[in-house]
Write a protein that binds this ligand. Structure first.
Ligand code: S3P
Length: 171
């Protein structure tokens, strides 16, 4: 495995499989797994839904940037980021410096199936399908800065992991 990759940073829209793939990939590489959303919850002392309701999205985004900055001070981690973390240029820059950035993608129907009924995602409350359509449109191109892209709708988790591991071997 390449010694030049400090961290693997997973980006992608909600429901593209960042946490599921991240956990298993970390096990495979024997690296730590860090879920930025979990760190935000720890730091805020409340759920993400509560941060949005009580403090607003800007406060959430500020916490998110702090967490990304802190997490990427360490190495040998698979880092799962929140789907909106790519919206700030400073976060994108920090991620690109911090390791290999992998964008997970999936089609709208797959995303909808994976996130439907999930009360923990404040941005998808209401008509989830319409919200997904709106956000996908708003975020068009936002994940394009990644070094590598993996369509998780077309692959099993094991296949997706193999793809990452192969790319590291080549690096
Ligand atoms: C968000 C995605 C969520 C979480 C928050 C906002 C977004 O993370 O950070 O609800 O703006 O896309 P996941 O992508 O892990 O669901």
């Amino acid at each position: 495995m390449s010694v030049f990759v400090n961290n693997i940073i997973l980006i992608g829209f909600m429901g593209t499989g960042k946490t599921t793939l991240g956990r298993l990939l970390a096990e495979r590489l024997q690296w730590s797994f860090v879920d930025c959303d979990e760190r935000i919850v720890d730091r805020a002392g409340m759920s993400i839904a509560d941060v949005f309701t009580k403090q607003g999205e800007d406060a959430f985004r500020a916490l998110e940037s702090e967490v990304i900055d802190d997490v990427l001070r360490s190495t040998q981690q698979v880092v799962s980021t929140g789907g909106g973390s790519v919206l700030r240029a400073a976060n994108r820059q920090r991620m690109k410096q911090g390791g290999l950035v992998i964008a997970l993608t999936a089609d709208k129907a797959t995303i909808l199936r994976r996130v439907q009924g999930d009360a923990a995602r404040p941005l998808l409350q209401g008509d989830a399908e319409t919200r997904i359509e709106q956000l996908l449109e708003e975020r068009k191109g936002a994940y394009d800065f990644a070094h590598l892209f993996i369509d998780t709708a077309q692959l099993t988790v094991d296949q997706a992991i193999e793809r990452v591991v192969r790319s590291l071997d080549k690096g």
